[in-house]
Design a protein around this ligand. Sequence first.
Ligand code: ARG
Length: 585
Amino acid sequence: MLTDILCDLIKQAFIQSGYDAKYGNIVRSQRPDLCQFQCNGAMSASKEYKKAPFMISDEVIATLKSFEGIHDIIEVIETVKPGFINITLKDSYITNHMNKLAGDSRVGCMLIENPSKIIMDYGGPNIAKPLHVGHLRSAIIGESLKRLMRFLGHEVIADTHLGDWGLQMGMILSECERRYTGLPYFDETFIGEYPTEPPFSLDDLGQIYPYVSKLSKEDETVLAAAKEATFKLQNGDKGYLALWQHIVDVSLNDIKINYERLNVDFDLWYGESHSNPFVNKVVAHLEDKGVVYESEGALVVDILTSEEEQGLPPLLLYKTDGSILYTTTDLATLYQRMEDFHPDNILYVVDNRQSTHFKQVFQCAYQNGLVPKETCLEHIGFGTMNGKDGKPFKTRDGGTIKLSELIDMVEANAREKIRDKEDLDVHAISKQIGLATLKFADLSNFRTKDYIFDLEKFSSFEGKTGPYLLYSYVRLKNIVKKLQELGITPSNITLPASDVERNIFLKLNELPEVLTLAAKDRAPSIVCEYVYELSTLVNAFYHTHHIINQTDALQQKSWMALCQLIINVMDICLDILGIEVPEKM
Ligand code: ARG
């Protein structure tokens, strides 16, 4: 990578001038009008070496200039007071590098040397409750981080961790018992085979949960029945388990359809229920450690806290009624994951509002040796998607919007915009534009920030939006296609013909560092920013350079190669963002 090579040279120059290499880092210049790269290390070094910064930078530059072959690399290197080192590279050197990138399908991104085995827990939909926009962010951000980690070379196992084992299941089961009397699931003496067809449809299920959830808030006996059903389910009641399986199947089918629409996929569709066989092991382990005690009828474990993390409440293992909780299933799932996969990292992409929950679970696991210290457990939190009123996004009548309705909405909006274009497959393309609208809007905000979902703004073909990216991409593709039709083939990339072309070169060179930083910060927004900046440069490029009508054949072939390189970079970025690209638009 160009930047690495440059950085090594500067570090060498620092060392040979008698300074520590750590001061030799370089960054892209904050003043692109003055130079391309800068090194700010002389300012920090001046404290350690008690010398004026410009004296240090002057010495470093003098050393660097004595290096063999340096004049083939660097056009200008100079000190700017108080001690910045400003660097501009030779066009021939950058162009040479572009040709290396053009011949590399990974565009300079090396596979990581020591890959980790990572479990990613994201999506987190709940069975029989409709998916809502809160699950949207987890799915979109998680999917993107998974793709990013995989691209860099890590092994990633994606698990959606369905909410299929808590009180909501007991509510639905007991409501079914009231509605569908006479079915064998509720007959304890029944010994035959349970029906293979569920007694309810997806629509019935969608209606049952809100109904019983409301009722159990008003009527204590309904709540008590739900708790009892939960307990029976968790303790292996055959009839309840058979009916529960129907609920899971019907609901999961719908969840999968929604995720498919979002281009989101998992290796494991495990749920809280899969951890049930491990609950006893976890509890036994904690009991052996002597840390479990009774408090107001419930079984709890104290959480030791560090200085910065004061006063975490005790973790609940069993409720008074004997049923387990979200914390219990998360501990048991951890146990299972360690046993099945021995991961290096487990990343949980879950709403910020669950941060205390994860602190408790992680701390309990570490302090009691359920998970070794080397295994990194990390909660990757995110903020909420809000409506224009600044409150969590709702339907017009104030209800929570279902994920499927939201996807319908963005697709319909896209269809409206392209419906007059007769040569297009409007159905397929509006799906792709819709998806790009939704995903880019979400991912382009740093994940911990709340953001306002403004469909008008996010679906525009101009500005920092998904459709703008697709548009830029399709335009590039069209140019290459037209050139191909004219029988033109790409050549080597030649020296940049303008500032904007040179800036494209420098931007393309940044890909590896951008992806590394995005992975480090768990921030797809960094990839969004990058691909957006690249697109604006590309748009500026075709306004000033007429590629198709270019009469200089060599220049045209070079631009064709450049367009292909940009397409390659955009393909990598858009795939990481989980955005599909249309052929036409
Ligand atoms: N089902 C949960 C919810 O809807 C999210 C699950 C997140 N993952 C986890 N391991 N707790 O809030």
